[in-house]
Design a protein around this ligand. Structure first.
Ligand SMILES: Cc1ncc(COP(=O)(O)O)c(C=O)c1O
Length: 480
């Protein structure tokens, strides 16, 4: 057992754990590296400590200073614990989408949390980054960690994570699999492993399928931490300087549902409770292992624990609300579901011409009063859209005579998972039985986290027809 003189010394030095049941039938040895064994509960403790120490060394953070970061959570936790230990004030700007458990952890370390829920491009004055930068400009002694562009982030992994993987496999590692957020983990660890092995170790970026890194359309995903999302109105898509593209041999794209399945399965079969980005890494590693041999050793970095996601990826109600399924059946559903009443709904892009949109809808024989979803344009859409890309709905009747698609947009009602029973509170709460059918009378229907159609208030109230379901829960279809 190791003995440390401070909590900061205990950062790093995480073990490798061999997968047995989860790797059954696969030829290579597969080890996971559980980074939640760091004191703040994630891989980001390493980068946080290294960035803060570097800032002290170069004078950008002085005694009495303020540690500030814009973060999806884990880097903020690493900075909060480091700042608490060293006596700095910490102010963290983060998305209001992060799990409640993570918010509470900030507070526990005495850090101040600024929640930002603006869905705007990065260079917009309301964006997370802009708000963080403004705070730093206005606050004397404030230092912004800037994990996306801070060389101390990948350097932390070059000097700690990389050597640990190499030493703990006695130099037998052949493949290293990690997700890519800021790119710090994969760049630093990957570069070390490449150098020490003379280029033999293959470095694989496990990436959410819509992430820009692996060529996705940049639309939102449900997995926190991994991948690169861009707001559709982003003028210049900036990639982090912490990411060294030359180190990554290949990417394996993973759907949110498959990542969720992978971590739920891992908990049930191995007793290892990992978070969502770990699921992305694990799903990619298991796919990779199909083509490897007994001579190969795969190391999969698991960034944080599933304990931070008990209310999301491990919660049946949360999964059902997003139209996700479970590897083991979710709580059984009796009676009709939202999917039984949903209907596939065509898409028009906000910036396409009204004439063009009408020509397409008319050619498809779409009813004049039939709903049409208005979406942001995305290059190379790979899946049905994410709900955050939908601006609202319209109809061909509304489009006729309008100058732009945008001016016809009406607000939507709630988002409903395809498998939700009609008796679920999310459904009955919306279909309040008040008979109103005005704005917001159409809900988005989600399957596997993506928008596959719509359901009207009226359709939820109707008794089922003899013809049966209008769109099956499994079909996941959407027109476009
Ligand atoms: C849960 C989680 N997974 C993965 C990552 C990606 O790690 P990196 O930023 O080193 O690429 C992060 C980064 O914040 C994270 O919080």
């Amino acid at each position: 057992m190791a003995r440390y003189e401070s909590v900061l010394e205990s950062i790093g030095g995480t073990p490798l754990i061999r997968l047995t049941r989860a790797a059954q039938g696969l030829r290579p040895r597969i080890y996971v590296k559980p980074e939640w064994q760091n004191p703040g509960g994630s891989v980001k403790d390493r980068a946080a400590l290294a960035m803060l120490r570097q800032a002290e060394a170069d004078g950008s953070l002085r005694p009495g200073g303020v540690v500030v970061e814009v973060t999806s959570g884990n880097t903020g936790i690493g900075l909060a614990l480091t700042a608490a230990h060293l006596g700095y004030r910490a102010v963290i700007f983060t998305s209001s989408m992060i799990a409640q458990e993570k918010r509470d952890q900030f507070a526990a370390y005495g850090a101040e949390l600024r929640l930002v829920d603006a869905f705007v491009p990065r260079d917009h004055p309301d964006s997370l980054r802009s708000q963080g930068e403004r705070f730093v400009a206005e606050t004397p002694g404030a230092w912004l960690a800037q994990q996306y562009d801070n060389p101390a982030n990948p350097a932390a992994h070059y000097t700690s994570t990389g050597p640990e993987v190499w030493d703990d496999t006695d130099g037998t590692v052949t493949h290293f699999v990690a997700t890519v957020g800021t790119g710090g983990t994969i760049s630093g660890t990957g570069r070390y492993l490449k150098e020490v092995s003379g280029g033999r170790v293959q470095v694989i970026g496990a990436d959410p399928i819509t992430s820009r890194y692996s060529g996705g359309d940049g639309s939102q995903k449900y997995i926190e931490g991994a991948g690169h999302f861009v707001h559709p109105e982003t003028a210049v898509d900036e990639w982090p300087k912490s990411l060294d593209l030359g180190v990554i041999d290949r990417y394996l794209p993973v759907e949110d549902q498959d990542a969720i399945d992978a971590v739920r399965e891992l908990a049930r079969t191995e007793g290892v409770l990992a978070g969502g980005s770990s699921g992305v890494a694990l799903a990619a590693a298991l796919e990779l292992a199909e083509d490897l041999t007994e001579d190969d050793t795969v190391v999969v970095l698991l960034p944080d624990s599933g304990r931070a996601y008990l209310s999301t990826y491990f919660n049946d109600s949360w999964l059902a609300a997003g139209g996700f399924t479970g590897p083991a059946p979710l709580t059984p559903v009796e009676g009709p579901t939202v999917g039984d009443r949903a209907t596939p709904t065509p898409l028009v892009e906000r910036d396409e011409t009204v004439a063009g949109a009408l020509r397409r809808l008319d050619a498809d024989g779409h009813a004049d009063d039939g709903p049409v979803l208005v979406v942001y344009r995305r290059e190379g859409r790979v899946l049905a859209p994410h709900a955050s890309d939908i601006l609202g709905w319209t109809t061909p009747a509304r489009l006729r005579g309008a100058a732009t698609v945008a001016e016809t947009v009406q607000p939507l009602g709630p988002r409903l998972g395809t498998g939700l029973p009609l008796t679920a509170p999310a459904v009955t709460g919306w279909d309040g039985g008040d008979g109103s059918d005005g704005d917001g009378s159409l809900a988005l229907v989600l399957a596997r986290g993506r928008v596959t159609g719509t359901v009207s208030r009226q359709a939820l109230r109707d008794q089922p027809t003899a013809a049966g379901p209008m769109v099956s829960a499994a079909s996941g279809q959407t027109a476009h």
